[in-house]
Ligand binder design. Structure first.
Ligand code: UD1
Ligand code: MG
Length: 459
């Protein structure tokens, strides 16, 4: 039997998001909102959680990943108590403690859940719950205590008296329950005036049995930000963004202005890298050490190596090796691979192409579906004419070739090793190794001397 199993409630409709998308799948810094709750529970309990789904159950399950959790269907949704009741068949006899949390509370930390579980272990009571003290009640249930300070009940805002409404200690909606106590208690829940079974009513039930309910109060109230509207979503994102940036700063990354970046939770950054303002790092983006990124840069799902410089550029699904410099105004699209030491200056676009070590592409070029070997110089304005209106065609440029300014490479075409093209050449046929081709359409006009050693060639 497991010590603790976590249950994440996510069956609610999320009406106030005004969205076709289920609330718990709304993206937050690169992950679906509920993924944060799942992760915190997983870290605190050491095993995968159970998620209660209802509204758009299949969509939620697919969005969170069928392997990330066990899913239990609640249909119809008759309240939070009813939701937990649905996990009984799966969990009875499988765990001593049931940790309950919400899919729409992405800021709750694993450490907080651990502290709640520690407190629960230290006390004899059947319930330990998390509370927060706040001036803005945000519709949360109020914690009612007696004169000695013992928790007596949770009163939902809709049913609270004016005096109860003034209570500043609120129910976060996160609890540790003794499983043996919980299952029969759920059967005994009264129907609320709203026609729901409230999990919060377990508190009064325990008190009526003469049992003690313990509370742990959040030190950081931002952890209790629950998302019900898109305004809350933005609030949660702001807090999460600060945490992410802070984590990387403490790991050795410089943010020139930590407030003016967007860095998703999925991104990693190497030591001594510097991120300038107005930089957006998204998805599976991984930046190596000692690189300089931004200002004004957007990188999605890309790998950038060490000691690179990316300035005012856009990178999408690209791979950039070490010591590459890009920009300003470079655009790497899907499948761009820049090898070590590539220099890509202003107004360059590269798609589905390999640029070998040391390739120079300084100004105004489009390179698509091309393989370019080491040391090639791509003159200003060079274009791979890769599309004939129906299909895409490849371009190959051998090592050490020199492509003159404004060359049009009409693909499919192959430029030989050490070859040259004249300015304005329109190359429609292959150019042999060490050959100069010029004109429109380009003709080979001269053989070029071959270097004596390959070392010379690479320079
Ligand atoms: C609940 C608590 C309230 C607490 C607040 C904190 C109850 C009765 N009230 O209120 O004391 O302050 O959370 O956020 O529990 N859900 C289901 N099935 C249902 C109903 C809800 O899975 O039938 C899920 C929702 O998707 C959500 C969570 O349970 O993740 C909380 O439900 P919600 O309707 O938001 O409860 P609140 O009214 O906010
Ligand atoms: Mg809620």
């Amino acid at each position: 039997m497991d010590e603790v199993v976590g249950v994440v409630l996510a069956a609610g409709k999320g009406t106030r998001m005004k969205s076709k998308r289920p609330k718990v799948l709304h993206p937050l810094l690169g992950r679906p909102m509920a993924a944060y709750a799942l992760r915190a529970v997983e870290q605190a309990t050491g095993r995968r959680p159970v998620v209660v789904v209802g509204h758009q159950a299949e969509v939620v399950q697919a969005g969170l990943g069928p392997e990330r959790a066990d899913y239990v269907l609640q249909e119809p949704p008759l309240g939070t108590g009813h939701a937990v009741q649905q996990t009984r068949t799966l969990l009875q006899g499988r765990a001593r403690v049931i940790l309950v949390t919400n899919g729409d509370m992405p800021l709750l930390r694993a450490e907080t859940l651990r502290a709640l579980l520690d407190a629960h272990r230290q006390h004899a009571g059947p319930i330990t719950l998390l509370t927060v003290v706040a001036d803005d009640p945000r519709g949360f249930g109020r914690i009612v205590r007696d004169a000695q300070g013992h928790v007596q009940a949770i009163v939902e805002e809709a049913h609270a008296t004016p005096e109860q409404k003034a209570i500043r200690e609120l129910n976060v909606g996160v609890y540790a329950f003794d499983a043996d106590w919980l299952w029969p208690a759920l059967d005994a829940l009264p129907l609320s005036p709203k026609g729901e079974y409230y999990l919060t009513d377990t508190v009064a039930l325990a008190v009526a049995q003469g049992r003690t309910v313990h509370a742990v109060t959040l030190a950081d109230p931002t952890e209790a930000i629950g998302v019900n509207t898109r305004v809350h979503l933005a609030e949660a994102a702001a807090v999460l963004q600060q945490r992410i940036v802070r984590r990387w700063m403490l790991a050795g990354v410089t943010f020139v202005d930590p407030r003016r970046v967007y860095v998703e939770d999925t991104v990693t950054l190497g030591q001594d890298t510097v991120v300038w303002p107005d930089t957006y790092l998204l998805g599976e983006t991984h930046i190596g050490p000692e690189s300089e990124i931004g200002p004004n840069t957007y990188i999605r799902d890309s790998r950038v190596g060490a000691r690179c410089r990316v300035f005012a550029s856009v990178l999408e699904q690209a791979v950039v090796e070490d010591q590459v410099d890009i920009g300003p105004y470079g655009h790497l699209r899907k499948g761009a691979h820049l090898a070590q030491g590539v220099h890509m200056g202003n107004f360059g676009e590269v798609k589905n192409s390999y640029l070998g070590p040391g390739v120079k592409m300084g100004h105004f070029s489009y390179i698509g579906d091309a393989t370019i070997e080491a040391g090639v110089n791509i003159g200003a304005g060079t274009i791979t004419c890769n599309y004939d209106g129906e299909r895409k065609h490849p371009t190959y440029i051998g090592a050490g070739a020199f492509i003159g300014s404004d060359t049009m490479l009409v693909a499919p075409v192959r430029i030989g090793r050490g070859a040259r093209t004249g300015a304005g050449a329109v190359v429609t046929r292959d150019v042999p190794d060490y050959t100069l081709a010029v004109g429109v359409p380009a003709r080979a006009i001269r053989r070029l001397p071959r270097p004596e050693s390959s070392a010379e060639e690479a320079s």
